[in-house]
Design a protein. Structure first.
Length: 365
């Protein structure tokens, strides 16, 4: 009986195998790109095209209005493009940002977008991502001394020039106070470079004197307030203009001015077109801000990340040297906003609603 039983078993198993093979070849499960499930289709960077693209977004902070907008726009655009965006915010902690980036890398993100808290410290993130075959995009702030793959931002030098030029138009002579951004943020240095492009000729001419010049640690408004109070005290309130690096530091500077009954009497610059900054502009306590379409930058970053994940070429319009390489760069153009132009810029673009901007101004005038 052993011989016939073994023969029958072999025939039976052969028939089962043929049925299974025929069924599998006639009815494959297809991915969204038309390839059979489980089939690897590698892009130029070796990552799988068949799976859903995942983008890691490592952020410095979510404590400011503008960064909440960046996150929301980027996540929404990623979803529209069929990608998932995983967000981590380090709240201005270098070690935490590196740890969070490592977590995103371990989750197998296809591309990592980084808003560095510290331009130099974030180079470690780039190294770790590259070791895992993941490309890295520096967002808004450049990561220095690294082999970063791409940088997306606004023209930071032009931002500084717009700030200084607008303030100079209102205070062509006198004593200037500079309340700069974080020293650890590479963009802060670019803003200042742009400001000095406008101010230096006037300083050499003797029209302008910089009587106080200080960085704002971690972009902290409390630190900016202390700096502004020190500037007023050191100069016995005799100042003529303030160049503040962004709207948060501008708000702190104006708070210090208000305590001396000087708010609205001294031109103050800003950046980011935050709602509070725009409200101060129409109220007359802040001279200007710089509008950078956060939506455009965030959506551009999402689109570029998807392209990199697919191994597609990305068009750039500039390069930025980060101390190690000339980084391929996409620069978007900023716009100066004053009381006279706020309706046709920030409001007409839908960045803020008119009723919100003019909330504290009677009849919206």
């Amino acid at each position: 009986m052993r011989g016939p039983w073994r023969s029958s078993s072999v025939i039976f198993l052969s028939l089962i195998f043929m049925i299974f093979f025929t069924t599998c070849t006639k009815n494959p499960t297809l991915n969204t790109d038309g390839t059979a499930e489980g089939q690897n289709v590698n892009s130029e960077n070796g990552r799988n095209k068949g799976k859903k693209i995942t983008i890691g977004f490592s952020m410095d902070t979510l404590r400011e209005e503008r960064w909440l907008r960046d996150r929301d726009y980027l996540v929404a655009k990623g979803k529209e493009l069929g990608a998932e965006v995983l967000v981590e915010a380090a709240e201005r902690d270098d070690a935490k940002q590196i740890t969070q980036a490592e977590t995103l890398i371990s989750k197998g993100v296809d591309v990592l977008i980084v808003v560095p808290h510290n331009a130099d410290a974030a180079a470690a993130i780039v190294e770790k991502a590259h070791a895992a075959g993941i490309k890295v995009i520096a967002y808004d702030r450049l990561i220095t001394n690294s082999d970063i793959d791409l940088y997306i931002s606004f023209d930071s030098i032009l931002i500084g020039e717009l700030q200084a030029k607008t303030v100079v138009e209102h205070a062509p002579k006198g004593k200037y106070v500079l309340i700069e951004g974080a020293d650890t943020d590479y963009s802060s240095h670019l803003y200042k470079k742009g400001q000095m492009n406008i101010l230096q000729p006037l300083i050499e001419k003797g029209d302008i004197e910089i009587v106080y010049d200080q960085w704002t640690k971690n972009w902290n408004p409390a630190d900016a307030l202390t700096n502004m109070e020190n500037a007023l005290r050191a100069n016995k309130n005799r100042i003529d203009a303030i160049i503040a690096a962004n709207d948060a530091t501008a708000g702190a500077a104006i708070q210090a001015l208000a305590a001396q009954n000087m708010a609205g009497k001294i031109p103050v610059s800003g950046l980011d077109a935050e709602l509070a900054g725009c409200q101060r502009i129409v109220e007359g306590t802040q001279l200007m801000t710089v509008y950078t379409s956060i939506q455009d930058m965030a959506e551009t970053a999402a689109m570029v990340a998807v392209k990199l994940a697919k191994g597609e070429k990305v068009a750039t319009n500039a390069t930025e040297n980060n101390g190690k390489i000339n980084v391929p760069t996409i620069l978007l153009e900023p716009v100066a906003v004053t009381k006279g132009t706020i309706d046709e810029t920030v409001i007409s673009k839908g960045f803020h609603k008119k009723e919100e901007v003019y909330k504290n101004v009677k009849n919206g005038d």
